[in-house]
Design a protein around this ligand. Structure first.
Ligand code: AMP
Length: 378
């Protein structure tokens, strides 16, 4: 797909926006489909189609005007995916979406290709949940199979008495449920792998991720784990990219167990929040890599140029940050997503803080006193 071609993006959020910004510098044109007018992605595209994601006419319109189509989230409507695949070129296909849209399929697929995941069972009734709780052993996490994100649709269970309550509470989501062993991990890490149309695979350095209230707060790179574990994490991500015939990016979230082993928690077939650090700290950003991969270009170097910490700017951080924007140290890079409405917990932007060491970057973030002073809870 030569530069100058038109890339259609399903979804106009921040991931689509940063994809379009990266692709534009490479000479590509962009068309975004999103239900909200002037969406973050639409603002930086040549054209935005305003339509719902399951709107067949909108999908056909996107297909008609795009040489290649990608998406920025995994919950793409199956009917829309079928239209796009029929009417245009969707190098990522829809099989990976089908797998990652559903935790049961995702975990079963990972198991079948020999990738370790936390022990889990599918539960269809309170009785099955209680039985599974006995078999798996406490503590546990109950999760909806579909539709959950940022910790929504899941409950930690410490006692058998909590099983029934959790089942009843999560049943309101009207989704299949799973019960999974709670992993007292020492760290959460992620590796993003890219696989191109030619089958070339490259991985980015592992990020050490810190969540607050179930939303990503920090990505610390290099991750503070042994080199051998980082190599294992990259091998797992490569194996997943290869065995699942990924085209484009796959983000692999993993737990580091107390025994120093890796368990894969979740996959995302797209750029990932924990890869935003690449924008200012790697030779190639995850967004450029994604465009290269789906357009059949050679993949770029993923070499890390500097230690870095990425910190998310949520709605509650935006005002304090804007008040102090002139005081940001000159190495700090502020990325804002152009969202009209700022709400608590909503991702409004991020800061990349390159430094001599991750400790220094963390210190710089502390000194800004934005994340400590405005946080409710933890
Ligand atoms: P998820 O929606 O599966 O990505 O889970 C969101 C967050 O919940 C993860 O990033 C973990 O911090 C935590 N979590 C999820 N599953 C488990 C588990 N089995 N054991 C411990 N923590 C978990």
């Amino acid at each position: 797909m030569p530069p100058g071609a038109a890339i259609g993006i399903l979804g106009g959020g921040q991931l689509g926006r940063m994809m379009a910004l990266a692709g534009r510098t490479m000479g590509y044109r962009f068309i975004t489909l999103d239900p909200t007018e002037d969406s973050p992605g639409g603002q930086v595209s040549d054209h935005q189609i305003v339509a719902n994601y399951d709107d067949r006419t909108g999908a056909a319109d996107l297909a008609a005007h795009s040489n290649v189509i990608t998406y920025e989230f995994e919950n793409v409507d199956a009917g829309t995916a079928a239209i796009l695949e029929k009417e245009s070129f969707v190098p990522q296909g829809s099989e990976l979406l089908r797998i990652t849209q559903n935790r049961i399929r995702e975990k079963t697929t990972l198991n079948s290709i020999g990738i370790p995941v936390a022990p889990f069972q599918v539960i269809n009734s309170v009785e099955e949940a209680e039985q599974a709780a006995h078999e798996l052993g406490l503590p546990l996490v109950m999760k909806t199979a579909t539709g959950g994100y940022d910790g929504k649709g899941q409950k930690v269970i410490d006692t058998l008495q909590e099983v029934r309550n959790a089942f009843e509470q999560l049943s309101v989501f009207k989704a299949d449920l799973i019960l999974e062993k709670f992993i007292p991990f020492t760290k959460e890490i992620s590796v993003i792998a890219a696989r191109s149309l030619s089958g070339e695979i490259r991985t980015f350095p592992a990020a050490e991720n810190v969540h607050r209230r179930n939303i990503l707060h920090l990505s610390i790179v290099p991750a503070r784990i042994p080199d051998t574990l980082e190599a294992d994490a990259k091998r797992l991500a490569e194996e997943i990219a290869d065995k699942l015939d990924v085209i484009g990016l796959i983000a692999v979230e993993m737990f580091v167990t107390q025994e120093g082993h890796l368990l894969v928690n979740e996959l995302a077939p797209r750029p990932h929040n924990s890869g935003h650090y690449t924008m200012d700290a790697c030779v190639t950003s995850q967004f450029e890599q994604h465009i290269r991969a789906i357009c059949g270009l050679p993949l770029g170097s993923t070499r890390l140029l500097t230690p870095v910490v990425m910190v998310n700017v949520l709605g509650e951080h935006l005002q304090p940050l804007l008040e102090r924007v002139n005081e940001l140290p000159d190495m700090v890079k502020l990325h804002l997503y152009g969202k009209k409405e700022s709400k608590p917990q909503r991702k409004m932007g991020h800061l990349n803080v390159p430094a001599q060491s991750v400790e220094e970057a963390l210190q710089i973030i502390d000194t800004l006193e934005i994340w400590t002073t405005t946080e409710v809870g933890q």
